[in-house]
Design a protein around this ligand. Structure first.
Ligand SMILES: C[S@@+](CC[C@H](N)C(=O)[O-])C[C@H]1O[C@@H](n2cnc3c(N)ncnc32)[C@H](O)[C@@H]1O
Length: 234
């Protein structure tokens, strides 16, 4: 699927899912997302006063984990309805804006940290990394994770879950909601086609990021990457 097609699919998917998103996130990840978000926040080592950008913030779930750390948070998402619901539910969340992660409407060197959950599979890795590099201050950090396909002994269990359980859930959900049916049918295909994790480390290094790291979580269902923008921009 080309970039325009991915954007349209993502907007369609999340427009319909927005009202039930927070609970679907828990049961579709078997409550693992809470662990993955805590990992990301701990790894980010957020300090008081930092300016943080949450790319593809959705309804702002990650903001719940950042709250209380004294950071100034901006959330950005492509789907207007996700942002609207985030604003209604999370009155204390920072500012939430509708925009494309590959065209971030902020100036160069604006943020100390960029965080992102579940975005790379909807983007061109290079376009995403360039924009993140541009808006980060020198020495700033990016940390993100998204679904990946486990290799090794967990691969068959993952395939059973993604292509079996999620598809069955989709068929059942179809009796309740067309949107849920669409989500559970479309998402496994997007995960299956995406190769974002294979290119991310080289792409980050190519955009001038150092200290690039990677952590495979929950047996490879999700992979996290991080990197630090060099103190002197390339
Ligand atoms: C699974 S949700 C994740 C929301 C949030 N990060 C979380 O962890 O709960 C994926 C989000 O990515 C957003 N998205 C997809 N493509 C995007 C893009 N190009 N720019 C900004 N947001 C995008 C969707 O609108 C959706 O809200």
């Amino acid at each position: 699927m080309n970039r325009g097609g991915l954007q349209t699919t993502a907007q369609h998917l999340f427009h319909g899912l927005a009202p039930s998103y927070d609970s679907v996130l828990d049961y579709a990840t078997l409550y693992q997302d809470r662990y993955w978000k805590r990992f990301l926040i701990e790894e980010a080592d957020l300090e008081k006063g930092l300016r943080v950008l949450d790319l593809a913030c959705g309804t702002g779930v990650l903001e719940d984990y950042i709250e209380g750390r004294g950071c100034e948070v901006v959330g950005l998402d492509l789907t207007e309805r996700m942002i609207r619901i985030g604003k209604e539910r999370r009155l204390r969340a920072g500012s939430l804006v509708v925009a494309d992660a590959e065209r971030i409407p902020f100036g160069d060197e604006t943020f100390d940290v960029v965080l992102s959950c579940y975005l790379p599979k909807y983007c061109r890795t290079g376009g995403l990394a360039s924009e993140v590099q541009r808006v980060l201050k020198p020495g700033g950090r990016v940390l993100l994770y998204d679904f990946t396909r486990p290799r090794g002994f967990l691969a068959p269990f993952h395939a059973f879950y993604v292509y079996g359980v999620l598809k069955i859930l989709g068929a059942v959900a179809g009796h309740i909601s067309r949107e849920l049916e669409f989500t559970f049918k479309e998402l496994p295909e997007i995960i299956r086609r995406s190769t974002w994790d294979q290119t991310m480390p080289e792409v980050l290094q190519g955009r001038g990021f150092g200290q690039v790291g990677k952590k495979v979580l929950s047996g490879g269902v999700v992979t996290a990457f991080w990197g630090t923008k060099s103190p002197a921009s390339p």
